[in-house]
Design a protein around this ligand. Structure first.
Ligand SMILES: [Zn+2]
Length: 416
């Protein structure tokens, strides 16, 4: 149960006005958020509601400052229709990505635009690490006391999150069966949503990024590890117990280098940054203490052995991605992660490895690479809350916690 600590919860307080009205209100808000600006007539048609119901509820939402009249749409005869849009500054959400040695966080508006950015060193293996994380996030949330109300907190972590049991398993962080959402939720007085970090990026891409136009796409991350988020039929594919997407542990070399997972020859053990560093050290290119920046600088300076390391890694990645494309037939492959800084050197091998192994029916798949910013992980995590509020299933119990914050029911009842 939540700890109050004698202060108001970080939420709106609007009394419940009946279940069916809540459902209609939430449905309208979600539609305006995802399809707006939109006319009242369009809302009524899309949701199968009477125009009187739509007029009443939209008036209430406008009075509460959650939506507003935007522009007018041209119409064929008669008065032009007034369009309604979400007031993106009416509330905020918070997102954080927990890495083995640091946490990066953002506060965003309701369109996932970053308003504030936070970063702190963090040791996930220290005793009481989860409690420390809760205290760190609590401090960040309190830093802007006059910020608009908070809908919820999203957390992205490398690992497998089982939504049914609420347990997080992250070998990378040294966390096993941690009920992270529950522990953080109690401390933060806010609904907390946890997911695999690459899934959070894929959610962001789907709702606000390059995946808005695509029902089927893959988010592949490269860098410290190799990750995968699968969007199929417009939503994340999680597999049994949330375990889908362990692309980094697909075997690519029989009896190859040892992987962090304990097996040999995983994609990650051959093509992620630690593997490239090991190869560079073996080639005598790096001295003790020199890291990936140095290897990248060597490639940029034209050192042929450094260029060859990236080229080989790119080829292995491309070949592995061709397998995904052949199986899943995505419209796009969206590459992300800190490893994309080396894309100039990875790309020739990647293109070769990919195109040489694509099945003809999917051979026109396009790969897009975005300039990387570490805060994107945190924005991805924040979009978990926005998804729950505006895009998730209406009957999801946990999603209701975030929706309660925008007045769908009395938040005090929901939180306690
Ligand atoms: Zn592995």
């Amino acid at each position: 149960m939540s700890r109050r600590r004698g202060r108001e919860p970080r939420s709106f307080r609007i009394a419940s006005t009946g279940f069916s009205r809540d459902v209609n209100r939430t449905a309208i808000l979600r539609l305006v958020a995802s399809a707006g600006p939109i006319a009242r007539k369009g809302i009524a048609a899309r949701l199968g509601l009477s125009s009187a119901t739509v007029t009443g509820i939209t008036k209430e939402l406008i009075d509460q400052g959650l939506i507003r009249e935007a522009d007018t749409a041209p119409s064929s005869g008669g008065r032009p229709a007034v369009l309604l849009e979400l007031v993106v500054e009416a509330a905020t959400v918070f997102g954080a990505k927990v890495a083995p040695d640091h946490v990066v966080g953002v506060r965003t508006d309701l369109a996932a635009k970053v308003l504030e950015r936070f970063e702190a060193p963090f040791d996930t293996t220290a005793p009481g690490a989860v409690a420390h994380l809760a205290a760190l996030l609590d401090g960040w949330l309190d830093r802007t006391p006059d910020a608009p109300p908070l809908l919820g907190v999203g957390i992205g972590v490398a690992g497998v999150f089982d939504a049914a049991s609420g347990q997080l398993d992250s070998p990378l962080l040294g966390w096993r069966d941690v009920p992270l959402a529950q522990v953080l939720g109690e401390r933060l007085d806010a609904p907390v949503f946890v997911d695999n970090d690459v899934n959070t990026l894929a959610v962001w891409e789907r709702l606000y990024g390059r995946g808005e136009r695509f029902e089927h796409f893959l988010t592949v991350t490269i860098g410290r590890g190799v990750g995968l988020g699968i969007v199929a039929g417009g939503d994340i594919y999680r597999g049994f117990r949330g375990g889908a997407g362990e692309f980094g542990h697909v075997n690519v070399v029989e009896d190859g280098p040892l992987c962090t997972c304990g097996k040999r020859g995983c994609l990650e053990a051959v093509a992620a940054d630690p593997a490239l560093l090991a190869q560079a050290r073996e080639a005598g290119l790096l001295h003790d203490g020199e890291g990936i920046e140095r290897l990248l600088a060597l490639a940029e300076a034209g050192e042929p052995r450094a260029v060859a390391i990236y080229d080989r890694a790119g080829a292995v990645l491309g070949r592995a991605v061709s397998g995904l494309v052949n199986v899943l037939a995505p419209e796009r492959v969206l590459l992300s992660g800190e490893g994309t800084r080396a894309w100039t050197w990875l790309e020739p091998g990647f293109e070769r490895g990919l195109r040489d192994h694509l099945f003809p029916a999917v051979s026109d798949v396009r790969v897009e690479v975005d300039p990387w910013d570490d805060a994107k992980w945190a924005v991805g995590a924040a979009s978990l809350v926005l998804r729950a509020t505006f895009n998730g299933p209406l009957d999801g119990e946990h999603n209701d916690l975030a929706r309660a914050r925008i007045g769908a029911s009395d938040p005090a009842e929901v939180i306690d």
